[in-house]
Design a protein around this ligand. Structure first.
Ligand code: HEC
Length: 202
């Protein structure tokens, strides 16, 4: 009987302790809603390097983030898009003064062909006749043929210049989307030289 009482008391003490811990945890965790609670390995939150918005006494103006020097270009920046904007004037300016800087040879043409087949042929067709797979299967309106069609901006497609084709790949035109994030300038030029080959077809 005595032993039973002892067991009962122990149980009461243990459950009271558990209850207290639960209540205290409950109260303290609800106190500050913004607090992240217990933080484990604090030094993993705070980088050794300065954060951009942190004060910094190493610089005269006391800030970490500094204005980049004049003429700084972000990685992958394509200055062509500043000089030849996506406007009718930009298109004409590209036509007169933008020329393919790459050598036209078997190697670059073959690379241009591969890129063309991956990026353009599903709309324009393998031969550039405006009969790509999505035109045939999904009722996409056919783009004009490079060799026999007319540009919606005026003139025959076969007369499109280096600059006009480069501008079109960069910005797209109506139903054709822009390709400047998928193709870097060198890749665009390789495609331009291959499109020139397709313009010559009968
Ligand atoms: C989603 C289908 C589609 C893809 C992909 C596409 N085009 Fe086009 N493209 C068109 C259509 C449609 C037009 C006609 C747009 C218009 O005149 O309204 C066009 C027009 C053009 C023109 C004529 C521009 C002008 O000034 O009239 C050129 C050049 C051209 N595309 C080249 C390319 C090249 C090179 C690629 C691959 C990098 C490509 N296109 C990818 C659908 C596409």
């Amino acid at each position: 009987m005595k032993e039973n009482m002892l067991v009962m008391n122990k149980l009461k003490i243990v459950s009271a302790a558990i209850l207290t811990v639960a209540v205290v945890t409950g109260i303290t965790s609800c106190g500050d809603k913004k607090s992240p609670g217990m933080e484990f390995a604090r030094n993993m939150y705070d980088p050794i390097a300065y954060n951009p918005d942190q004060p910094n006494k190493n610089f005269a103006n006391g800030q970490t983030a500094q204005t980049p020097p004049e003429g700084t270009m972000p990685v992958g920046y394509d200055p062509v898009t500043d000089i030849y904007p996506n406007t009718p004037e930009g298109y004409q300016a590209a036509s007169t003064s933008l020329h393919n800087p790459l050598p036209v040879n078997k190697q670059t043409l073959l690379e241009g062909r591969t890129l063309y087949l991956h990026m353009c042929s599903h709309c324009h067709g393998e031969q550039g006749k405006g009969d790509g797979a999505i035109v045939a299967n999904q009722k996409f309106p056919p783009p004009p043929s490079y060799s026999s069609g007319n540009s919606s901006r005026g003139g025959a497609m076969k007369d499109l210049t280096d600059g006009k084709i480069f501008h079109t790949i960069t910005y797209g035109l109506n139903l054709m989307g822009p390709h400047r994030t998928q193709l870097n300038p060198t890749e665009r030029w390789k495609i331009v030289m291959y499109v020139h080959e397709l313009q010559k077809l009968q």
